[in-house]
Design a protein around this ligand. Structure first.
Ligand code: AP5
Length: 218
């Protein structure tokens, strides 16, 4: 099974990517996490992409294309979080999948209001060491400020400030939202109510995948 998660910043894509990967034995590919890892290493790629990420705008397609090719392989189904983000990237993904002799099973669209997004992103904390995602109210760690998984320090993401959140929201509606119709026209779009609790969102995704045209679930 090969899935794409599509949704505004903070809609819960990263949270669900991890659960879907675990439950369906998929390879999670989060472009945001891959880029943040490069920034952390201070590699030349990291330095280049950080400029865009801090502004909340998209990193150029050529860079993203190279990154994606490195992370998708033939061996395992995948769940893609944060790619594609515009029509050019969607076409790029189509070409890569053709080369790999793979096809998309479904695109999950996370439907959610702006108010919820603000509430989620202002309370989000991530582990500095392993990238695990928390929320100070909705999904708090057992011990404040410390990752349950690895004991790492929990921090706010540097792009989770009001100005950058607003920009990312704007960029989503301007550049990524056209993908909703693009994948609807291809018969691949499954919309879920992303404002529900984490477990309920997963249940809805799993149920929709199950009831979906079985021939497409490869
Ligand atoms: P990226 O890291 O992908 O950020 P994003 O799309 O803005 O999405 P987020 O990671 O902010 O949110 P999410 O939907 O994963 O929500 P989460 O699960 O964390 O991209 C960052 C930047 O990288 C971009 O701005 C761009 O510059 C660049 N980039 C990335 N991909 C690119 C591409 N393809 N092309 C060009 N540039 C690219 O949840 C949010 C919070 O809510 C958490 O605190 C979580 O605990 C909580 N939460 C989650 N689900 C629930 C729930 N059901 N109920 C209650 N709380 C919940």
């Amino acid at each position: 099974m090969n899935l794409v998660l599509l949704g505004a910043p903070g809609s819960g894509k990263g949270t669900q990517a991890e659960i879907l990967a675990r439950n369906f034995s998929l390879r999670p590919v989060s472009v945001g996490d891959i880029l943040r890892e490069e920034v952390k290493k201070n590699s030349s790629l990291g330095q280049e992409v950080n400029v865009y990420m801090q502004k909340g705008v998209l990193v150029p397609d050529e860079i993203i294309g190279k990154v994606i090719e490195l992370y998708l392989d033939r061996s395992k189904g995948f769940v893609l979080d944060g790619f594609p983000r515009n029509l050019a990237q969607a076409k790029m993904l189509g070409d890569i999948l053709t080369d790999l002799n793979k096809r998309l099973t479904a695109v999950i669209y996370f439907d959610i209001s702006r108010e919820k997004i603000i509430e989620r992103l202002s309370g989000r904390r991530i582990c500095k060491k392993c990238g695990a995602i928390y929320h100070i109210k909705n999904m708090p760690p057992q011990k404040e400020g410390m990752c349950d998984r690895c004991g790492g320090e929990l921090v706010r993401r540097s792009d989770d400030n009001e100005e950058t959140i607003n920009k990312r929201w704007e960029v989503f509606w301007q550049l990524s939202a056209p993908l909703i119709d693009y994948y609807k026209d291809k018969g691949l779009l499954l919309t879920v109510d992303a404002s529900k609790e984490k477990e309920a969102v997963f249940d809805e995704i799993a149920a929709k995948i199950k009831e979906y045209d079985k021939d497409k679930v490869a």
